[in-house]
Every structure is written in structure tokens, then in C-alpha cells.
Design a protein around this ligand. Structure first.
Ligand code: HEM
Length: 116
């Protein structure tokens, strides 16, 4: 995958984290809940996983966080060593690693959304 494309994805992730993390914290403070304690009851949490808008918001937060954290670590690894083989291994390792994290996190969201 091209260097510029991965960086572009990383910048988009940063913006998405800003928006969705604000909303996520809002749903534990004042958005649709009375207070923090109220937001942590089972009914409140399952309600957010089952409402399409908040389930989507959590999905985007999960995607953005996973790709952003792994792609930023990728940048460190590329600065540490150099070489074509190393670059390719790090780039593909980052894409695969982040995707595995997303699939793992999505299990919770999908299972709760469909009530499995
Ligand atoms: C840097 C701050 C935070 C980040 C990056 C973050 C990220 C996330 C993500 C990605 C999920 C979805 C996980 C999944 O099931 O796949 C999630 C869910 C959840 N988080 Fe956070 N979170 C943060 C702060 C907090 C805080 C401060 C609380 C307060 C207790 C909290 C409580 C929860 C709860 C209860 C859920 C289950 C879904 C819901 O009720 O909205 N999180 N968080």
C-alpha cells in the first residue's frame, strides 16, 4: 500500500476520533443519560449498543482508534530501520494487525446489536 494513502487514512482517523470520542463521552455524561452512574447501568449500555446511531458511532470510534494507533506505531517502526523488505513487512503488518483488532472489537458490537 502507498505511503501517502496510509498517512491520509491516519489523518482521517484523527478527525473521526475527535468527533466520535466527544460523542462517546457525551453519552456517558449528558447525552441521553441523567449522569455518569446512570450511563453505566446494563439497560443504558445495551440500549446504546442496540440503537443504530450509537452502535454506528461506537463502530466508527473502534475503527478510527485501531487504525490510528497501529498506523502511528508503524511510523515509528519505519523510522527505526530502513529497507524495501522492512517497509513492506511493516506496512502490511500494520494493515493486518489493525484489521484483526477491529474484527475482535466488532464481535462485541455485532453480538450486542443483534442480541446474540
Ligand atoms: C480515551 C477515552 C476512551 C476511548 C478511546 C473509548 C473507546 C471505546 C470504544 C472503542 C468502545 C467500543 C468497544 C467495543 O465494544 O468494540 C467503548 C465502549 C464503552 N466505553 Fe469507552 N472509551 C473511552 C472512554 C470511556 C470512559 C471515560 C468511559 C466511562 C466509564 C467509557 C465507557 C464505555 C462503556 C460503558 C462502553 C460500552 C458501550 C457504551 O456504553 O457506550 N469509555 N469505548
Amino acid at each position: 500500500m502507498r505511503e501517502t494513502r496510509l498517512m491520509l487514512i491516519n489523518y482521517m482517523c484523527m478527525i473521526l476520533i475527535g468527533v466520535t470520542l466527544f460523542l462517546h463521552l457525551a453519552t456517558h455524561a449528558f447525552l441521553g443519560v441523567r449522569n455518569y452512574q446512570d450511563s453505566l447501568t446494563y439497560q443504558s449500555v445495551i440500549g446504546r449498543y442496540q440503537a443504530p446511531a450509537t452502535a454506528l458511532m461506537l463502530t466508527v470510534l473502534l475503527l478510527a482508534l485501531c487504525y490510528h494507533s497501529v498506523f502511528s506505531f508503524r511510523t515509528l517502526l519505519l523510522e527505526w530501520r530502513h529497507g524495501k523488505v522492512w517497509d513492506r513487512a511493516v506496512n502490511w503488518g500494520a494493515v493486518v494487525g489493525a484489521t484483526v483488532m477491529v474484527v475482535f472489537g466488532m464481535r462485541t458490537i455485532v453480538a450486542a446489536y443483534f442480541g446474540w
